[in-house]
Design a protein around this ligand. Structure first.
Ligand code: SF4
Length: 383
């Protein structure tokens, strides 16, 4: 089982309750961003481009608890920034666990080993470690040589200490499906509970705009990666979301499914776009013109989006929306190896491509990496 039975039961009961009460728009996971500060400068993310006074700002534990109580989701993901840089993160996590929320603390794990003693293992807490691929790919993706080794050391320490550990892999154009499949083997061998994979989103603040995947490319890549699945792999994403990634199912975005709360307030309309902020969750739900978002809306910013934060809730909603959805999900969970000779052929013939130049963010000593991930990285930003 990719998640503990108690968590699956809690989420299923919550969703069924929303359905039975006729609530059409309900949130599933709160994306709680307590800070934007980070100890990495990934070219596919623009969060650390905020000015210094914003990067210094943090949510207090009380603000975090209020946001959780306002929206009432059974699960809370804590991205950032790097949450382990928040001095009160242990207090925030403990408070969420005390409220029986299933917490996924998203971390690049650079500080995980040294901060592990500040947390207590619990079925309500999972460290969701950001690892974008095998060593060379991950280091290239996060623009930090040695980042993979540190992250995996953190994973192993956390697993050994009895914590739930999951992983979060973001893929960009140029990812090699064969390498991603080897990466899955390595993660499961390291003892992670389950893995999540998603295409990167075209953040307009991200310095590297060339390597985001269009929808057709995404589907081809995910079909190659996720077909002919190994029994040893476990995923912590909705089976219907994964079928959507593979091009086996059409889903429409659920932008309210993972509402985002940060130092600015409730972000309109989703985790990725910033069309203003609301002071309360109620105001967010009422003030956003939701029909302006999602691929079907024609909004160009949504055109290529297939990300987890937009479509995971859609997958869950599909599952609980009909008997057909429940049966398809059960089949995917218990018989879902997705045997597909054509996808195997795709894998056999896949030619790894060069990523090309990768831009580094900000720091004065930063340089532009001019080699590909398939070549040795010869110049990296120092820090
Ligand atoms: S399609 Fe993507 S960018 Fe558009 S609203 Fe949904 S999650 Fe946000």
């Amino acid at each position: 089982m990719a998640v503990p039975v108690s968590q699956a039961w809690t989420v299923a009961s919550y969703v069924l309750k929303q359905k039975f009460t006729g609530r059409k728009k309900y949130p599933l996971v709160l994306m709680l961003e307590p800070l934007f500060r980070c100890n990495l400068a990934c070219a596919g993310c623009g969060k650390i481009q905020y000015p210094a006074h914003i990067l210094k700002a943090e949510l207090t534990p009380e603000q975090c608890f209020k946001a959780v109580e306002e929206c009432g989701t059974p699960m809370v993901a804590i991205p950032g920034g790097e949450p382990l840089l928040h001095p009160q993160m242990p207090e925030i996590v403990a408070g969420l666990v005390a409220r029986k929320k299933y917490v996924y603390m998203c971390t690049n794990a650079l500080l995980l080993k040294e901060k592990l003693h500040l947390f207590t293992p619990s079925k309500f807490l999972s460290f969701s470690v950001h690892v974008d691929g095998e060593k060379e790919h991950h280091d290239f993706s996060v623009c930090r040589e040695g980042g993979y080794d540190i992250a995996m050391e953190g994973v192993r320490e956390a697993v050994a200490a009895g914590f739930r550990v999951t992983t979060n892999t973001t893929l960009f154009d140029g990812a090699d499906p064969n390498s991603v499949r080897r990466h899955f083997d390595q993660l499961m061998d390291a003892g992670v509970e389950s893995m999540m994979v998603s295409p990167g989103y075209t953040y307009d603040k991200a310095p590297d705009q060339q390597h985001f995947l269009g929808r057709a490319k995404s589907r081809k890549m995910f079909r190659a990666i996720l077909s002919n699945r190994k029994k040893t792999w476990a995923f912590n994403a909705s089976p219907m979301f994964m079928e959507f990634l593979m091009g086996k199912k059409e889903l429409t975005c659920t932008p309210w499914g993972m509402p985002t709360y940060s130092i600015f307030g409730w972000q309109k309309p989703c985790y990725l776009l910033q069309d203003g902020y609301a002071d309360t969750f109620k105001e967010l739900m009422e003030a956003v013109e939701w029909s302006n978002y999602g691929t079907e809306s024609g909004n160009p910013r949504c055109a290529n989006c297939m990300v987890h934060s937009g479509y995971e809730a859609s997958g869950v909603n599909y599952t609980f929306g009909s008997l057909k959805g429940l049966l398809q999900t059960a089949k995917a969970m218990f018989m879902g190896s997705y045997t597909d000779p054509d996808a195997q052929d795709l894998l056999n013939k896949w030619e790894p491509t060069n990523h090309g130049p990768l831009v580094q963010i900000g720091a004065p000593q930063a340089v532009v990496v001019t080699t590909s991930v398939n070549d040795k990285m010869t110049s990296m930003a120092g820090d």
